[in-house]
Ligand binder design. Sequence first.
Ligand code: 5GP
Ligand code: MG
Length: 175
Amino acid sequence: MDSESRLHTLLAGAEIEAAVSRLAEEVTRDYQDKRPILIGILKGVFVFMADLVRQLDFPLEVEFVRLSSYGSGRQTSGRVEVVQGLSCPVKERHVLVVEDIVDTGITVAFLIDYLRNEEPASLKLCTLMDKPSRRRVPVTIDYTGFTVPDKFLVGYGLDCDEQYRNLPDISFLED
Ligand code: 5GP
Ligand code: MG
């Protein structure tokens, strides 16, 4: 991946900002007196999480897990590897999982199953993007920023071989 001329903008920074504000309003309405733990799935979520939590003006905690279902490149391996697990108890806590994009659903379904066994007080999922055309495992999404087409997206935290995470827009790579 050499030149940015192969990138086509799908969601511009301003559109993303508006969606994050809307999601923040929804999350605020539901969690403002619950002191939730927001659990982000690294690495892709780091930009979205940073923007989202700065619009949440109530007590909350932020945790991250690092899961990997992709090898390098664009293909999911179908197997989830826990690169860095959860370091705090979630029993009887209100847990909101935060994801950048739900694609096959394999990654987030794995985390939700794991968390459910830990008996949180509640467990919901917020994703910036949903790519429903590729779903292989059913997933209930409680808060969705955008429904996106079946294209490989980069920017705003999402990578291709670790490149493009820093771009403010979300773009797709020309095949
Ligand atoms: P799933 O397990 O749902 O197939 O994939 C979830 C993870 O794969 C996401 O958290 C994200 O890190 C990565 N992923 C899924 N779709 C895309 C995409 O279009 N672009 C990039 N860069 N990563 C994706
Ligand atoms: Mg991710």
